[in-house]
Design a protein. Structure first.
Length: 282
C-alpha cells in the first residue's frame, strides 16, 4: 500500500503543479490595414473593403445644370439630376461586392473588389486592391438614326487600386483603369485606358478635403479629362461628400469615358456641376 501511494503522489502532484502554471497564450490578431476611411473617393474606388457581413448603402446626385446658372437656378440645384444608388456587401474582410444603378442611360452595374496586398510601413504604408466590373445600359442615348449591334449595350472594366497614407494625414491613390466599350455613341466599340488619381487631406476626425482627376492615357475620351474637388464629412458611420465637377457621370464606367466640358480655363461657361454623395455603413 505504501508503494501504491508513493506512485500516485509521484505522478499526480507534478501534473497538478504544471497544469496550474501553464496558460494558453492568446494570439495577437493584427487589424486590417486601413488608409482611407471610405470605399470610394468620389467616382473612383479606394483600396478599402468592408468587414465581413457588413453592408453599405449609398446615394449620389450630380446636377446637370451648371453652377454658372446662378442664383435664379440655385446654382444648378433646381435642374435635372443624375442619380445613382448602390448597395455594397463585405463577402469577406478582403472581398467587397457592389451593385448599383444610375438613371443616366438606366445603367446597372455589378463589381467585385479584392484587397490583395498590404505593406505595413510607418513612413509609407501601401494597400493594393483589384476591381472588376460589368455594366449594362438598358436605355442608351443614341445619336440620329444610330442603331446598336447586339451586345453593344454591355460594358466591362478593370481597375488596379494603389493607396498610401503620409503622416496619417494625406491619403493618395492611383487607379489605372481599362474600359471596354467606353461610350455607346461611338460608331464602333472603343476602349479606354485612364490613370485616375485622388488625394484626401484629413483636417481632423470628421472633415477632409478631397480632389480627384481621371486623365485618359490612350483610347476614346469625351472632350475633356475629368476633375472633381470638394470636401467630406464623416460622422456616425455616415459619409457626406460635397463637390463640383466637369463630369456629370458618377459611376466608374461612365465617369471613365471623360467629361463634356472643361474644368477651368475654357471659354465654355457651362463647365462645373454641383453634386453630393451620402453613404452609410450598416
Amino acid at each position: 500500500m505504501k508503494y501504491i501511494s508513493t506512485f500516485f503522489i509521484t505522478i499526480f502532484i507534478p501534473t497538478l503543479l504544471f497544469s496550474q502554471s501553464w496558460q494558453r497564450k492568446s494570439e495577437v490578431v493584427e487589424p486590417p490595414l486601413q488608409l482611407f476611411h471610405s470605399t470610394y473617393a468620389y467616382a473612383l474606388p479606394t483600396a478599402e473593403t468592408l468587414k465581413q457581413g457588413d453592408y453599405l448603402y449609398g446615394i449620389s446626385h450630380r446636377f446637370t445644370l451648371p453652377v454658372s446658372s446662378g442664383f435664379e437656378q440655385l446654382f444648378g440645384i433646381d435642374g435635372p439630376v443624375i442619380n445613382m444608388m448602390n448597395l455594397g456587401y463585405g463577402l469577406t474582410d478582403d472581398i467587397f461586392l457592389n451593385l448599383g444603378r444610375s438613371n443616366r442611360e438606366s445603367q446597372w452595374w455589378f463589381e467585385t473588389k479584392y484587397k490583395a496586398i498590404e505593406i505595413r510601413n510607418e513612413s509609407l504604408p501601401i494597400l493594393i486592391s483589384f476591381l472588376g466590373g460589368v455594366a449594362y445600359s438598358s436605355k442608351p442615348t443614341l445619336v440620329g438614326g444610330q442603331e446598336l449591334e447586339s451586345g453593344r449595350d454591355w460594358h466591362f472594366y478593370g481597375v488596379a487600386i494603389i493607396n498610401t497614407l503620409i503622416s496619417d494625414k494625406l491619403g493618395i491613390g492611383i487607379t489605372p483603369t481599362f474600359s471596354y466599350n467606353s461610350h455607346l455613341q461611338c460608331p464602333e466599340i472603343e476602349n479606354s485606358i485612364t490613370l485616375g488619381a485622388y488625394a484626401e487631406y484629413y483636417l481632423d476626425d470628421m472633415y477632409s478635403i478631397l480632389i480627384e482627376t481621371n486623365p485618359t492615357i490612350t483610347g476614346w475620351r469625351n472632350k475633356y479629362d475629368s476633375y472633381t474637388v470638394g470636401f467630406s464629412m464623416e460622422t456616425g458611420g455616415h459619409f457626406f461628400k460635397f463637390s463640383v465637377s466637369n463630369n456629370t457621370a458618377i459611376n466608374i464606367q461612365q465617369f471613365n469615358s471623360g467629361a463634356q466640358s472643361a474644368f477651368l480655363g475654357s471659354e465654355e461657361k457651362n463647365n462645373l456641376h454641383f453634386g453630393f454623395q451620402i453613404t452609410r455603413n450598416l
